[in-house]
Design a binder for this molecule. Structure first.
Ligand SMILES: [Zn+2]
Length: 381
């Protein structure tokens, strides 16, 4: 994990802005340009900010004054080692100005939560047992958990980010999350009303992809496969998160991967999830000698490679990241999937294609949920 990079207030890749900027939004846009630069590049002088953002020095000076008054930015003295001329004062994001509350609802049995600094440091962690709750009871529990985490924050909370399984639109409405008993639930709106803070909700695999992209140094063409009770993917292409027509882009878990395979929760048979979910993998290797277990995992890897080949080819991705239990995924399964991908795609696609484990480990959804908030509240991603 690039902890040292994050603690210096300098973070890797950024998503490209996709919405059109109207003249009346110019000030907000300029503000997010400045915040975006400070977030990714760390402390910068006003002159360098003007050069990097192509804004005038006067505009930058005004914006920085406002941001200092809001407590988001601070002056940090001069750059060491500079000898000629009047030393330029550096300004940087105040890592302690605000904190973010993140919730990871991926695990059906236990929610995970954290209080996270603006630069991606986890300052507090909590877990809460779900005890089989679904539907409205689960919504109540999520609200209670979020409130408990807000109370743990040591400075004002900028917002709350939630990564949840299911198909979720860009307003944080859960269109369907069958395992959670949520159908057409405006979760972000409900939580915002109950807690009194801005809440962002997105699909957990998409959230994880954001986390890897912003904090994990993932490539600008990548697919992250989140393996748990279910299997889902988040996709970033040319630096843009892919949503799809009905916000279901990345739902690879329910594509048929095995003809006449095991019955799936979705009512069909042989979905990728029926062989690749954590439960399926555990039962595949249970009570087997190591050689047989490795062969079984490699077979699942080939199924995964076969499923991914057309996706990787259609999008010419640079990386596929696996997030989930490393003892099952990072070995014969990953190697066989990489080999199959190479066999089933043309060299122009497979050359340089990496299939690797997520670099943020079990914090990937929590950090991605923090990016949801940064993006919505500060225009930073
Ligand atoms: Zn299915």
């Amino acid at each position: 994990m690039p902890t040292t990079t994050r603690s210096s207030g300098r973070v890797g890749a950024r998503l490209r802005a996709t919405s059109k900027v109207l003249p009346e939004h110019a000030r907000a846009h300029n503000r997010s340009l400045v915040l975006q630069h400070l977030f990714h590049e760390g402390p910068t002088s006003r002159a360098d900010l003007a050069r990097a953002t192509a804004l005038t020095r006067v505009t930058i000076s005004d914006l920085v004054s406002v941001l200092i008054a809001e407590g988001l930015v601070e002056e940090l003295g001069t750059r060491p080692g500079q000898r000629v001329g009047k030393p330029a004062i550096l300004v940087g994001l105040r890592g302690d100005a605000f904190q973010i509350v993140s919730l990871d609802l991926t695990d059906a049995a236990q929610m995970r939560g954290a209080v996270i600094s603006l630069t991606g440091q986890v300052v507090e962690r909590r877990t809460l047992d779900v005890d089989g709750r679904t539907g409205e009871e689960l919504t109540d529990l999520v609200a209670r958990f979020a409130r408990l985490l807000v109370a743990q924050a040591t400075c004002p909370v900028l917002g709350i980010g939630v990564g949840s399984p299911g198909v979720i639109d860009d307003h944080g409405r859960v269109i369907e999350a069958p395992n959670r008993g949520w159908y057409d639930v405006p979760l972000a709106e409900v939580l915002t009303d109950r807690i009194g803070l801005p809440v962002q909700v997105a699909n957990d695999a998409n959230t994880a992809a954001l986390g890897e992209f912003t904090y994990g140094g993932a490539a600008s063409g990548m697919l992250l496969l989140l393996v748990g009770l279910g299997v889902g993917a988040g996709i970033v292409v040319d630096g843009i998160r892919v949503h799809g027509l009905r916000f279901a882009a990345g739902e690879l878990g329910h594509t048929t991967a095995v003809d006449d395979g095991e019955p799936c929760a979705c009512g069909r048979r042989g979905c990728l999830e029926t062989v690749l979910s954590t439960r399926a993998l555990r039962s595949a290797v249970e009570d087997k000698d190591p050689t047989t277990a490795d062969a079984d995992l490699a077979e699942v890897g080939r199924v995964l490679g076969t499923t991914l080949a057309p996706v990787v080819s259609a999008l010419n991705l640079a990386e596929v990241l696996l997030s989930g239990p490393a003892d099952l995924l990072d070995g014969p399964l990953r190697e066989a999937a990489q080999e199959t991908l190479q066999q089933r795609t043309m060299p122009a696609v497979s050359a340089g294609l990496q299939l690797r484990m997520s670099s943020l480990g079990q914090d990937v959804v929590l950090l991605g949920a923090a990016v949801l908030v940064l993006s919505a509240q500060l225009g930073v991603s």
